[in-house]
Design a protein around this ligand. Structure first.
Ligand code: NAD
Length: 479
């Protein structure tokens, strides 16, 4: 129904240039679907439609917006299995993970919808200002930003689209969504649920096609008041330079650490790392990339971890028995393979994994990786963890903080005072004690420090960031 079409002004239409392209499975190369290749002319019509949609939606009462979102949530729930099958096919992640991801979708829309009904303001105690009496009333009022541009990456094609679209719509904005070029089909299926739920024309528009050309035209346009981007730090920096005076949320790259201390439950830590480093083939911004452990437990941790990593079942992503599917492309798998080999060439030891077949890479553990090595410092985005040792709390925290990034961190310890020190001193947007960074409740504030970005998602925070605050003063007398 949406095959080869974009969503503009409430209609599913061909792109102006009439071009389409195939979306293929990274696992076996089969064609999963066709999408339109939009260009800058489509950006113009989408933004014009969004401006009209924003005017209508902003005048729609919060309870009526909530009704539409609740209907969309129900439709997504009904269609979850079909959407998960599509997602797994276009992305290469296992069907089990795809079902888990899409299984969160309807609650995400409901929770965001609720937050859109909670646009409270403050009453201002103006009489505390010297010279001001009781003859004025001041308060704040929240209103939607207007047109929101949402740009999303390939790795969670349902989750990350909904973390933007659902709060933006809940708060009364119109959206132009530009999903990742490799995984547009899930985004289109989700958009269909919103239009079928009765969202007015122009309130949600979806353009598929090249990120650079569409992205630049969308992000730089003065009609857009807010850009919400999730993707690489390089593109995020480019957007920050291009956007001009706009509200920006940037959810960017990472190299997340896990610190394992001698008093930790080593078996539990190994279990968590064997999941947190390899879910979604390691293509998660909060994936465990770096394991920093004390020399006293280094050997025990590796003895526990390596067999668990070797036991990860690989294969066809559509099989329920598969735990590790394909990376997003053969080129990406090759890039990760090269990064692992470079670490080995510099003296690190590959304890398991790292063998590539097309877009599939066996899960790897690399030990003895230098703190300054690219495998620690640069985002890997693949199924591997790099292990380093640190002699005490102080150096473990310094190692955790040693990269440009600051998205998530995990610390395994039974020492409460040490944990509190880590919570205060590790520069990461989300810190987990006795778990890895790979954990997210969709309602929690979520976002990075340093090169990992600016702004927070999570529905209450996202709705707040997708609205603007006005201050209103009622004057009972002049001055
Ligand atoms: P990417 O930066 O290559 O692409 C992300 C999106 O940006 C895509 O839709 C792409 O088409 C678009 N894009 C490309 N050039 C653009 C431009 N000039 N202007 C505007 N948009 C443009 O990222 P990816 O490879 O799809 O995803 C992987 C990256 O995303 C990793 O770095 C990962 O850490 C990051 N990520 C971060 C979070 C987070 O919450 N911090 C979550 C998921 C992924």
């Amino acid at each position: 129904m949406t095959e080869g079409l974009i969503l503009v002004d409430g209609d599913w239409v061909a792109s102006k240039g009439g071009r389409t392209e195939e979306v293929r499975s990274p696992y076996d190369g089969r064609v999963v679907g066709q999408v339109a290749v939009a260009d800058v002319d489509d950006v113009e019509t989408a933004l014009a439609a969004a401006e009209r949609g924003a005017a209508v939606w902003r005048e729609t009462p919060a309870h009526a917006r909530l009704d539409v979102l609740m209907r969309a949530a129900a439709l997504v729930e009904e269609r979850a299995d079909a959407i998960a099958t599509l997602l797994s096919a276009e992305n290469g992640k296992t069907i089990t993970e795809a079902r888990g991801e899409v299984g969160r979708a309807s609650d995400m829309i409901r929770l965001a919808g609720y937050e859109g009904t909670q646009l409270y303001g403050d009453t201002l105690p103006l009489d505390a200002n010297r010279g001001t009496g009781q003859d004025k009333i001041g308060f704040t009022l929240r209103q939607p930003c207007g047109v929101v541009v949402a740009i999303t990456p390939f790795n969670y094609p349902s989750l990350l689209v909904l973390h933007k679209v659902a709060p933006a719509l809940a708060a009364g904005n119109a959206v132009v969504l530009k999903p990742a070029r490799t995984t547009p089909l899930t985004a289109l299926a989700l958009a269909r649920a919103f239009t079928d739920a009765g969202l007015p024309a122009g309130v949600l528009n979806v353009l598929t096609g090249p990120g650079g050309a569409l992205g630049d035209a969308l992000v730089s346009d003065p009609r857009v008041r807010k850009v919400s981007f999730t993707g690489s730090t390089a593109v995020g920096e480019h957007i920050a330079r291009t956007a001009g005076v706009k509200k920006l949320s940037l959810e960017l790259g990472a190299s997340c650490p896990v610190v394992v201390l001698p008093d930790a439950d080593i078996e539990a830590a190994a279990d968590a790392i064997a999941a947190g480093g390899y879910i979604n083939a390691g293509q998660v911004c909060i994936s465990v990339q770096r394991v920093i452990t004390h020399p006293d437990v280094h050997g025990d941790l590796l003895d526990a971890l390596v067999p668990k990593v070797r036991a990860i079942a690989m294969g066809d992503p559509s099989s329920p028995d598969t735990r590790l599917g394909a990376l997003i492309s053969e080129a990406e798998a090759r890039r990760v393979e090269v990064a692992l080999q470079a670490a080995v060439d510099s003296g690190a030891r590959l304890l398991t994994g790292g063998e590539r077949d097309g877009a599939v890479l066996t899960p790897a553990v690399v030990d003895g990786v230098d703190l300054d090595a690219p495998l620690n410092q640069d985002e890997l985005f693949g199924p591997a963890v790099a292990v380093t040792t640190a002699d005490d709390w102080q150096s473990a925290i310094a190692y955790a903080n040693s990269t440009a990034y600051g998205l998530g961190a995990g610390v395994f310890t039974r020492d409460v005072s040490g944990a509190i020190r880590a919570i205060r001193q590790i520069d990461a947007g989300v810190i987990h004690i006795n778990w890895t960074p790979l954990w997210r409740a969709d309602l929690m504030p979520y976002g990075g420090l340093k090169a990992s970005g600016i702004g927070k998602e999570g529905f209450r925070t996202a709705v707040s960031e997708m609205t603007e605050e006005k201050t209103v003063i009622l004057h009972g007398r002049p001055w």
